[in-house]
Write a protein that binds this ligand. Structure first.
Ligand code: GDP
Length: 457
C-alpha cells in the first residue's frame, strides 16, 4: 500500500501526528536491533484514505550527542521505504538549520514531499508559515497535530498520490501475468473515463503551462490572477481531449502564489516533481525563446529517471520567425543536452493560438502507447541474434561475452532482461547499443527503456 514517512527534527510533533493518524491501529512495531528499531509503522486512516505511515519518533526522547547522526540515518531509511514524505517543521520556531538539513535529504531522495508547518493553531504561526516557503518544497501546509487542524487539507494533498500508487500497484500486478509470446503483446490498457490517461505539463515558470492547459481543456478554468490562487492547491482535472479521457495534474494555484522569482523557481521544481510522480505521460514544455535552462533540464531528466513517457513541446512558436533554422538548433540542443531523452518526440506548439496541439495530442498518445509496449520474446531473440552478429560483444581476456537470451520483464516503461555470461564485464556502451537498437527497430519513441543484464542462474 501507499506508504508515507513522517520526517522532521525532534520535537516538531511527529509522534502526535502519527498517533492521530494511526489511533490505536498500530500494526507493526519493528523490534529488530539497530536502526529499524526506532521506526514505527502503523495503518493510517485519514478521511477515506487508507495508507501506511512510518515515523521516526522512537528517537524523540534520545538526548545523547549522536542524536543528529542517528536521526539522519533513520530518516533516510524511512524516506527510502516511503512513496511520499510528510516533512514537519515547527511553525512557531521557524526554520532551523536542522530543518534545512532534512529538507536536503528529502530533496535528494526525489520522493514527493508535503511540507507541513505544525503547531500552527491560532495566529502565532503566520511568520513561520511564510518562512517555510524558503525550503523550496512547495506550499507549506498549516497543521496542528495536537488540535487536529489542517487534516482535511492534508487529505486533499495526499489523495492523488495514494490513488496513483494504488493504480500503479494494480498495473504492476497485471503486468506480471500477461506474458504472451506469439503476438505483438497485449498493448496498453484501455483508456476509459474511469482510468483516464494521466498527463502533466512541466516546465519553468512562464513557459506557458497554464496557457497550454487552458487551451487543451478548453475553458478558462485555471487561475490567471494572483488573488484567485490563495487557497488552491494542485489538483487532478479530468477532461477529454479529442475524445480521449485524460487527467491533468495542475499546480497552477501553487505557482501563482509565489511572487519572488527565485522562490518561484525552486517551487516549480518541487511542483514538477509532484506532477511527474503523478503522470504517465509528462509534457516538458520549453519556451522557444529560452529553451534548455537548467530548470528545464532538471525536470526533463527527472521525468526520465522516474520512467515516465516524455513528450517535449516547444511553446510560443508563433513568435519565432526563422522557424526552420530554429528547429534545427532545437534538435541539436536537445540531442546534446538531454541525451537521456533520446527518442522523445519534439513538437512545436503555440498555446496562445492553439497551433500544433493536434500534433501534441498525437505525440502524447503515441508515447503512451510505446510506454505500454510489449514485444514478444520470439521477436526479441531473433533481434538479439541479429544485433550480436552485426556487432559482437567484447571478449575480455580472450573470452567472448555471450548474450544468450532476452525477454521483456515489464512495461510502463518497457524493461528488458538479457541473460549474459559476464554481465559485470559488459561495457555500458554495449547496453546503449542495444537500447538504441530497441528504440529504432521496434519504433519506441518517447519512452525510457530499461535494460538489465543478468547472469544465468
Ligand atoms: P506558466 O507559468 O508556465 O503557467 O506560464 P503562463 O501560461 O502563465 O504564460 C506565461 C506568459 O507567456 C503569459 O504572458 C502568456 O500569455 C504567454 N504565452 C503562453 N503561451 C504562449 C504562446 O504560445 N505564444 C505567446 N506569444 N505567448 C504565450
Amino acid at each position: 500500500s501507499f506508504t508515507l514517512a513522517i520526517v522532521g527534527r525532534p520535537n516538531v510533533g511527529k509522534s502526535t501526528l502519527f498517533n492521530r493518524l494511526v489511533g490505536k491501529r498500530l500494526a507493526l512495531v519493528d523490534d529488530q536491533p539497530g536502526v529499524t528499531r526506532d521506526l514505527r509503522e502503523g495503518a493510517a486512516r485519514l478521511g477515506d484514505l487508507r495508507f501506511t505511515v512510518i515515523d521516526t519518533a522512537g528517537l524523540e526522547d534520545a538526548t545523547d550527542d549522536s542524536l543528529e547522526g542517528r536521526m539522519r540515518r533513520l530518516s533516510e531509511r524511512a524516506v527510502e521505504m516511503a512513496d511520499a514524505c510528510l516533512f514537519l517543521i515547527d511553525a512557531r520556531a521557524g526554520i532551523t538549520p536542522n530543518d534545512t538539513l532534512f529538507a536536503d535529504i528529502l530533496r535528494r531522495s526525489g520522493k514527493p514531499v508535503i511540507l507541513a508547518a505544525n503547531k500552527a493553531e491560532g495566529r502565532a504561526a503566520e511568520a513561520g508559515l511564510i518562512e517555510a516557503w524558503e525550503l523550496g518544497l512547495g506550499e507549506p501546509l498549516a497543521l496542528s497535530a495536537e488540535h487536529g487542524e489542517g487534516l482535511a487539507e492534508l487529505a486533499t494533498r495526499l489523495a492523488p498520490m495514494v490513488e496513483a500508487a494504488e493504480e500503479r500497484a494494480e498495473e504492476a500486478e497485471t503486468d506480471i501475468d500477461v506474458e504472451d509470446d506469439d503476438g505483438e503483446g497485449d498493448g496498453p490498457r484501455p483508456i476509459t473515463a474511469k482510468r483516464p490517461l494521466q498527463i502533466a505539463v512541466v516546465g519553468r515558470p512562464n513557459a506557458g503551462k497554464s496557457t497550454l492547459i487552458n487551451r487543451i481543456i478548453g475553458e478558462d478554468r485555471l487561475l490567471t490572477g494572483p488573488e484567485a490562487g490563495i487557497t488552491r492547491d494542485s489538483i487532478a482535472v479530468p477532461f477529454q481531449w479529442d475524445g480521449t479521457h485524460m487527467r491533468i495534474f495542475d499546480t497552477a494555484g501553487m505557482r501563482k502564489k509565489a511572487k519572488v522569482q527565485e522562490k518561484l523557481e525552486k517551487l516549480s521544481v518541487a511542483d514538477g516533481l509532484r506532477a511527474v510522480k503523478f503522470a504517465e505521460v509528462v509534457v516538458v514544455l520549453l519556451d522557444a525563446a529560452i529553451p534548455f535552462e537548467t530548470q528545464d533540464l532538471r525536470i526533463a531528466d527527472l521525468a526520465e529517471r522516474e520512467g515516465r513517457a516524455v513528450v517535449v513541446a516547444v511553446n510560443k512558436w508563433d513568435l519565432e520567425e526563422e522557424k526552420q533554422e530554429k528547429l534545427r538548433d532545437l534538435r541539436a540542443g536537445f540531442e546534446r543536452l538531454l541525451p537521456q531523452l533520446k527518442g522523445a518526440p519534439l513538437v512545436t506548439v503555440s498555446a496562445k493560438t492553439g497551433r500544433g496541439l493536434d500534433r501534441l495530442n498525437a505525440a502524447i498518445l503515441k508515447a503512451y502507447d510505446t510506454w505500454n509496449r510489449r514485444v514478444s520474446t520470439a521477436r526479441l531473440n531473433r533481434w538479439l541474434t541479429a544485433m550480436t552478429e552485426a556487432h559482437p560483444p567484447p571478449a575480455p581476456g580472450g573470452k567472448r561475452i555471450k548474450l544468450r537470451y532476452m525477454t521483456q520483464a515489464k512495461t510502463r516503461p518497457p524493461g528488458f532482461v538479457v541473460m549474459c555470461s559476464h554481465p559485470d564485464k559488459l561495457p555500458e556502451s554495449y547496453s546503449r547499443y542495444l537500447i538504441n537498437g530497441l528504440r529504432e527497430d521496434f519504433d519506441m519513441p518517447g519512452t525510457p527503456i530499461r535494460l538489465w543484464m543478468r547472469s544465468q542462474a
